[in-house]
Write a protein that binds this ligand. Sequence first.
Ligand code: G3P
Ligand code: CA
Length: 259
Amino acid sequence: MKKLLIFITILLTGCSTEAAITKDDLLIIAHRGDSSEAPEHTMPAYEKAIESGADFIEIDLMMTKNGKLVAMHDETVDRTTNGKGKVSDYTLEQLKDLDAGSWFSNEYKGEKILSLQEIVDRFGKGTQYYIETKETGMEENLLDILSKRNLLDNVVIQSFSSKSLMRIHKINKEIPLIQLCESVDVPYLKENEINQYANGIGLNARLVNEAFVERMHAANLVVHTFFNKDKEKNQIEDVVSYGVDGVFTDYLVNAKKYQ
Ligand code: G3P
Ligand code: CA
């Protein structure tokens, strides 16, 4: 009921959103795809996430040397491919030569790094996209890709960078935005500034309690939590009991039990 009220409040206060950022039960965001079942940010990870009933697939975005947006969490390709070096030192074509699956398991040998364009071409309006701008300067390119595919109402955009979110808000006031907060910044979080451009807060589960969720809801902000992977299964029940609106999950099947 509490979530229904905040949902209605958000609609009535004019911050109406297209993609739903809260629902009566828990919003499930597949963190980097179904990243415990397949290598993060690859096509199998996204396909599995959608098959398992995620509300959103999460995509971290980095920019290549030739200005293409690719689904990658890290600044470098070292951890998740057989290559070395910064994403920004590779063209998209060069990134495509890397193996983005073997690090996870042999079953996924030869999986490719994906461009955002490929992901939206593959899934279209058949899913919802929860996209993180990992750097500033990609906002126009991002909105252009989404707009050409008619996906502006299938998307939530998140960032640790308020500058990036404000830039998007200036261009399009309808897209739901989530301000991610670094743990060290949470004590100084100013909800009545954030709610001028964003619709919610994303932060680590260990920093959330019931009073925090109530405070954010009072400012018409939803709360989405992410986890340290090894702690998710212990923390998810607690954050759900605190009334968070959504979770970025690495364990989709388990998270679905809380819906
Ligand atoms: O975007 C929410 C969460 O994914 C933030 O952490 O480091 O996994 O992008 P990270
Ligand atoms: Ca992310």
